[in-house]
Write a protein of this length. Sequence first.
Length: 264
Amino acid sequence: MTTEDHGTSFARTDDGIAVAYQSRGTGRPLVLLAGQANNHHWWDGVRGDFDKTHRTITLDYRGTGTSDKPCDGYSTPRFAQDVVAVLDSLGIERADVYGTSMGGRVAQWIAARHPGRVRRLVLGCTSPGGPHAVERDTSVRRSLAQADPEAVRQTLTDLMYSPGWLARHSGPHHTLGDPTMPPLARRGHLLASDQHNAWEALPSITAPTLILHGDHDRLTPADNVALLAGRIPDTRTHLFPGARHAYFEECRPEAGALVRDFLS
């Protein structure tokens, strides 16, 4: 496959799905993985922080963006295989991987099942999944299950960002979901995230790992940081005071610097 700076190219997975990806810049490759039901635009607000040090690679998960939108095949291990297909398409043997939210769950599988492909790993606002994880409370789940799409969007906005940050940043916000997704794909992403359970696989991760989280995150509670750190052998952690789920935007200067320093 060909690659284009700032453009979109396609990799073909082993089950025949075309996955869109975007490669930008030069330097050590850094894969940036977005949250559930989001495409590569999730990273628009902070991708430039890595331009001087890395070749950044994003993708549209199957079901999002310009990737194929099949009726099935949605799981975090399957998404991890899709990322490996993108790396193969680009001829990249080893990369740094930074996954946030569901992207952090996908990144866990890449690092556990393909340790030779991951040089350093960053996990943001994520959890190990399964019965050991600390889940969001029922009030959050109820708010996200409302029938009114605008009400759900407002709930997501409040879960992502603190009121003070929102007062200074009116948007548009690219972390609230891909509006082009068909309902089947959206349900597939929800199931993929909800059914994630990498607990037994986490000790297999050999890459040095940085775990980041906002300490006011109600979408994925920050108690999951200690759980991940207790299972992955070589970890360091950092909590951002007052930050919610999208700490990487709200605390951009500090978060970007921490990640760059760790990856260097």
